[in-house]
Design a protein around this ligand. Structure first.
Ligand code: FAD
Length: 462
């Protein structure tokens, strides 16, 4: 009997398998499609490869600001896709190597729970049964659609198909302005598409602090991304290989016709045909129900990552799984699952950790905020990336939220994560010398400004 059977080899499944093996568990990992799951094959990594293409294009477009004149450039779509596929393949084979090095049994096949300790796997050649003391479900999620006439028309893209685009579309409509929709909007706008971004709500990236969402919208507009917010969808029609989106805004009927349409309106957990009903495992349409320890209503069966719907991010999936195996193997668990950084790779990047101002307000906390602009940071100006700010929120003398809109936000956020996780306050940051000239100085100034002590910021009126 195995110690741990894991169904699904996304970041949740494979990282959990490796951690389990490190702690001495006998682990079997089962995958029905590609090793590495959504994140590696059609999510985090391919989008970031294309985001890098977009960054290079933006640098070329702005090169004359640096006194460098680039006469012209062109895009080689095949080479761009080839590079993306090579990076994915390299990472997938790296995981394959690590699984072997950790002596993890990997089975390619479709798994289904048939007993509290038994998983049945249909492979290309066989149906096999595996017994395990513990089972971890990490089957991930798939794109979901919207209840609008025409939303199921053939040729409408999900993120998966857009990543394998045949040619860069002249015009692209994106329904949904969450992380995935916003990232694709920026990537394809840089690639040369005319991008229309549709959202029912008022703000793009509505999970972020409103200050960030508002300012980001102004940058999207500057980049000629057309935002259609607060709309009601009427229908989608396909004619002459083009899509027309009919919608209502401020009681006016409107329509936009585009060459390609991406629906990125959220993701649904992969809970079908995995034996949940056979075993009586509880779930809702948001995902498998779990307690704080990611345990289902059956004592030795856990659900981690996108399939439990708690936080659909790769690092959340991995850390939920790591916590589960550490507990199974008798270790003390100290991961703070409530503190998960968010990052969105747009221009400029967005990253946040901890509470938003709206949250501290609704919790009636006595709080204080400060914002420091990248335009006052020497390194940001040298990079030609002075847009954006860092906003810090303090409550009860502790830093409780940090929201970054600016260059390298996704790297800068981790200092803030450690500070919040360690219950630190303004003095702790003030006592730590940060190198000059660095983007990190923006964070220090944003924090010092909470107490009116930032060196490069005008004093706030008392
Ligand atoms: P998945 O990665 O979805 O893996 C689940 C695996 O289970 C799949 O390989 C599936 O084939 C397998 N499986 C399902 N059913 C069975 C079965 N019955 N038997 C065997 N195997 C099965 N997150 C970030 O943190 N950062 C990003 O930048 C980011 N960018 C993204 C961009 C896009 C376009 C998308 C779509 C997602 C992005 N995400 C990002 C989200 C991230 O990909 C997911 O949160 C993450 O992959 C979840 O990991 P997981 O292990 O729970 O599931």
């Amino acid at each position: 009997m195995k110690d741990i059977i894991i169904i699904g080899s996304g970041p949740g499944g494979y990282e959990t398998a490796i951690r389990g093996a490190q702690l001495g568990a006998k682990v079997t990992l089962i995958e029905k499609a590609e090793l590495g799951g959504t994140c590696l094959n059609r999510g985090c990594i391919p989008t970031k490869v294309y985001f890098r293409n977009a960054e290079i294009i933006e640098n070329i477009k702005h090169s004359s600001d640096f006194g460098i004149n680039v006469e012209s450039y062109s895009l080689d779509e095949e080479k761009m896709k080839k590079r993306k596929n090579e990076i994915v393949d390299k990472l997938v084979s790296g995981i394959d190597y690590l699984l072997k090095a950790h002596k993890i049994e990997f089975i390619q096949g479709t798994a289904r729970l048939v007993g509290n300790n038994t998983v049945e796997v249909v492979t290309n050649t066989d149906i096999i049964s595996i017994e395990g003391k513990n089972i971890i479900i990490a089957t991930g999620s798939s794109p979901s659609s919207i209840p609008v006439e025409g939303a199921d028309l053939p040729g409408i893209y999900t993120s998966k198909e857009l990543l394998d685009f045949e040619k860069i579309p002249e015009s692209l409509a994106i329904i949904g302005a969450g992380v995935i929709g916003s990232e694709f909007a920026n990537i394809f706008q840089s690639f040369g598409s005319k991008v229309h971004l549709f959202l029912r709500s008022k703000y793009i990236l509505k999970h972020e602090d409103i200050d960030v969402s508002k300012r980001l919208a102004s940058y999207f507009k500057k980049r000629n991304i057309k935002i259609h917010n607060e709309i009601k969808y009427k229908k989608i029609v396909k004619e002459n290989n083009k899509f027309t989106i009919y919608f209502e805004k401020k009681n006016k009927e409107k329509s936009v016709t585009v060459e390609k349409l991406l629906i990125s309106a959220g993701r649904k957990p992969n809970i079908e045909n995995i034996g949940l009903d056979t075993l009586g495992i509880e779930y809702t349409r948001k995902g498998i129900s779990v307690n704080k320890q990611f345990k289902t209503n059956i004592d030795n069966i856990f659900a981690i990552g996108d399939v439990n719907g708690i936080k659909m991010l790769a690092h959340a999936a991995a850390h939920q799984g790591i916590e589960v195996v550490e507990r199974i193997m008798g270790h003390e668990v100290v991961i703070n699952q409530d503190l998960v950084p968010n990052s969105t790779f747009v221009f400029p990047e967005v990253s946040s950790v901890g509470k938003t101002e709206e949250e501290v307000k609704s919790e009636n906390l006595d709080y204080n905020t400060n914002k420091f602009m990248f335009a006052a940071n020497g390194k940001a100006l040298a990079l030609g990336e002075g847009d954006g700010f860092i906003k810090v929120i303090e409550a009860d003398n502790k830093i409780v939220g940090v929201h970054i809109l600016g260059p390298h936000a996704s790297d800068l956020i981790h200092e803030a994560a450690i500070i919040i996780n360690s219950n630190m306050g303004v003095k702790d940051v003030a006592r730590t010398i940060h190198a000059h000239p660095t983007l990190s100085e923006t964070f220090v100034e944003a924090v010092l400004g909470l107490h009116n002590e930032a060196i490069h910021q005008m004093p706030k009126r008392k």
